[in-house]
Design a protein around this ligand. Sequence first.
Ligand code: MLT
Length: 410
Amino acid sequence: MATINDNYLKLQGSYLFAEIARRVAAYKEANPDADIIRLGIGDVTQPLPAVCIEAMHKAVDEMAHKETFRGYGPEQGYSFLTEAILRNNYEKKGIHFGTDEIFVSDGSKSDTGNIQEIFGAADKIAITDPVYPVYLDTNVMAGRTGTMQEDGHYAGVTYLPCSAENNFAPALPKERVDILYLCCPNNPTGTTLNRTELTKWVNWAKENDVVILFDAAYAAYITEDDVPTTIYEIPGAKDVAIEFRSFSKTAGFTGTRCGYTIIPHNVTGKAADGSRVEYNKLWNRRHTTKFNGTAYIVQRGAAAIYTEEGQKQVKELVGYYLENARIIREGLQAAGLEVYGGINAPYIWLKTPNNMPSWDFFDKLLKEVNIVGTPGVGFGPCGEGYFRLTSFGDREDTKRAVARFQNLKF
Ligand code: MLT
């Protein structure tokens, strides 16, 4: 008799964004004429940069001819892409990796979700609270946690609270952990960790033999000099950190799917016999076993952002969303709300008025002004009383949403 993975029964009802979609669909069915503005899930709205489209068209044409047709490619990514990434995002900062330390994939969600497979089943994880749900849920599925407690936390997980009180900079854990997830710029709070903060974490990881899983999917949005765009700017990070990057928010690839993960050879973990083993080797084994490579056409599109024209177009695209973030941030402030983020990130994290519970605020916004956002508590108990808006909307929709906020009675 087949049995189930009982760990799945520990998970909460449904994935956060699926639950939001369900509630919005129900509202829309009951109110078909409602003019809903969606600033909930962080999905982009603007077309792909022209350089990507051009490169992908060319790649499609290559597929039409026997001489240039491609079947399976290298699982780790074509060298035209891996070399362009390393040159542009790392070597220009004096950070060097071999092409066997980078793995191209179908995006950061998959990689940040799958990476836990190469760690011991009994390893202790630490996550911030609030947190991008993928890190936690995938560890629940893998059985690395106990059940959900009354306080909304899973047993066996170390939570690092982040709120306005600590400026969204988590404190070092008091107990022993083996794996730490950090997301910077942060999803959901839109806040960042500066060089000093990140140095603190890298030093702590080195001293305590911890691996940092560093999600830098929003690195392209960093505008302040004091915020590193890669954790490898911090001395020693190559010994303890695995970094995840994505083309989704950088170049509009949410539907096109492309990301990559850097696993330096120096990052190792202890095997049962006491020897140290490179996570890079384990991930390579996993990747080649379970993944057949990102589509050639997509990789050509991704590589195009590293041309001079591509860099210009990507800068414009990110600038568009950052301007939306400014409009939301300032508009909400003018409406009397307390807001965070939106300077180095496409997310605005706001305090709900009068400490209204996050889901109540979600319902109020949906019903009274037809705006969809994301309840902060959906990212963890410390997100209760907060709410997230994305700046990935269309400019006109963003302006209309802000105007609707001005009319909202708190
Ligand atoms: C979000 O809204 O948090 C993001 O869209 C999630 C993701 O990129 O998977």
